[in-house]
Design a protein around this ligand. Structure first.
Ligand code: AHR
Length: 483
């Protein structure tokens, strides 16, 4: 099998936004409790932040973290999580007991320790959203801002990014609405939020997945209502292997490309200029949630931080995650940010045991490599070569590719969708001289060097060759030959 890829360093899709490498912490299962927060753990600091997890988060390299939900947010009262009195409540979304020991101040402090920006999701209505924004961002002199100060945050948190609810198109969502109902509410909420803090960036909820019967019409309606009031529209996308159909699973990135481009087309059609916030994406075995986790959860009664959505990933999952990251890179002309859902324990690259270790899942490695290596601009790519027919996503390129360059360095991210054969790749990169100082390919335990990659360059550009192992995700690091 062989493919040829063409690019020109002057032909770019757009700059790579740092916010493309976001993540997500929801009050769900053990994401917060015994995930990022576990007072008494041997690595925890005085605030109960697990040091082993913080170290892994810094290594992973997320830039922005969405909080506190997800479905959780739609029954959440933010005031329960501030101040000395923390009521214990039912969390109906995940059939759990919420202790509220961890809340807004704790998350702001954790985000600072992790070096990430906060993306805060509000539970609509208008008053709830206005109040939490005033509490967080108003300097002082009002009841809410003084309460924040009394609770230990003298300076405003200054959160810029706010989500107007979560998956409001989904019948599973508490407070689910029609597109018209949601669009009106989101617009009125956005208006008052902008009055309180004109610097906020607002994300209106788009579709929960591309198969929603309302996909398309939902975006049109919501964008018309919120015209001029919001900055981004969300898009959520999860992928899984069904019935052992690995070929289709490996083609997930093509499905994400199509979902993003269709959403972009709708944004253009209604004359909007909003960006696309892919603020939940990942691989997730939802059959396990539906058939095992959820019935067990309900049968087990109401528990505090039960084990939920603790998917164990393998190399194929990691390869798909790598290709989904490439899809985001290919679409940076429209995608302004993205959040892998989620960060710890819940469908996550990092897992922990209470009182025990924290470790990297196979999906950790592609995220770490892309967040650290994808810099500068994403290149437009031409593809020639073998394609494969899949049951779910029709015909796709045999090799999925994204490439970024930043002056004298760059990276090419390659997914070989051939499951049993290696694939020879030739990349013709016009307009720059590069060498390939390192090439790595994923294994289940992490990346290993890939031997045999070559680069020859002249005044016109560089020709790179590599042989990709079957069912693999590979990164070629590029650097100016004399660097
Ligand atoms: O990430 C898990 C859940 O998936 C989120 O709570 C919800 O928004 C989505 O359906």
């Amino acid at each position: 099998m062989s493919v040829r890829i063409e690019a020109d360093v002057a032909d770019v899709v757009g700059p790579v936004p740092r916010r493309l490498f976001g993540s997500f912490v929801e009050h769900l299962g053990r994401a917060v409790y015994t995930g990022i927060h576990e007072p008494g753990h041997s690595t925890s600091d005085g605030r109960g932040f697990r040091g082993d997890v913080l170290e892994l988060v810094r290594e992973l390299g997320p830039t922005v973290v969405r909080y506190p939900g997800g479905n959780f947010v739609s029954a959440y009262r933010w005031e329960d999580g501030v101040g000395p009195d923390r009521p214990v409540r039912l969390d109906p979304a995940w059939h759990s007991v919420e202790s509220n020991r961890f809340g807004l101040h704790e998350f702001a402090a954790w985000a600072e320790a992790a070096g990430v920006e906060v993306m805060y999701a509000v539970n609509l209505g208008i008053q709830e959203a206005a109040d939490v924004l005033e509490y967080c961002n108003h300097p002082g002199g009002t009841e809410l801002s003084e309460r924040r100060r009394a609770n230990g945050a003298g300076r405003p948190f200054g959160f810029r990014l706010w989500c107007l609810g979560n998956e409001m198109d989904g019948p599973w969502q508490i407070g689910h609405k029609t597109a018209d109902e949601y669009g009106r509410l989101a617009a009125e909420t956005a208006r008052v939020m902008r009055m309180i803090d004109p610097d906020v960036e607002l994300v209106v909820a788009g579709s929960s997945n591309a198969e929603m019967p309302t996909f398309g019409e939902w975006e049109r309606t919501v964008l018309r209502h919120t015209a001029g009031l919001v900055d981004h529209i969300s898009l959520h996308a999860y992928y899984q292997e069904l019935d052992g159909d690995t070929d289709s699973y490996l083609a997930s990135a093509a499905a994400l490309d199509a979902y993003i481009r269709t959403t972009a087309g709708i944004i253009d059609e209604v004359g909007s200029r909003v960006g696309i916030s892919v603020d939940e994406w990942n691989v997730w075995d939802q059959r396990r949630w539906n058939s095992t986790d959820q019935p067990q959860l309900v049968a087990g009664g109401w528990q505090e931080h039960p084990r939920l959505l603790e998917d164990t990933y393998d190399l194929t999952d990691a390869v798909v995650v790598g290709s989904l990251l490439s899809s985001l890179l290919r679409n940076v002309d429209r995608v302004t940010m993205a959040n892998q859902a989620q960060l710890v324990n819940v469908i996550a690259p990092i897992r922990t045991e209470p009182g025990g270790a924290a470790w990297r899942q196979p999906t950790f490695h592609p995220f770490r490599l892309v967040s650290s290596l994808a810099r500068g601009v994403s290149l437009r790519l031409g593809f020639e070569g073998d394609r494969i027919r899949t049951a779910q996503h029709s015909e796709v390129d045999l090799v999925d590719v994204a490439a970024t360059v930043d002056e004298s360095v760059g990276a090419v991210f390659l997914t070989n969708r051939a499951t049993t054969t290696s694939t020879d790749v030739e990349i013709r990169l016009r307009g720059a001289r590069f060498g390939v100082p390192a090439a790595e390919t994923l294994t289940a335990t992490g990346p290993v060097p890939l031997p045999g990659a070559t680069a020859t360059s002249d005044a016109k550009g560089t020709v790179i060759t590599a042989t990709l192992p079957p069912l693999s995700w590979t990164v070629l690091r590029l650097a100016a030959p004399d660097a």
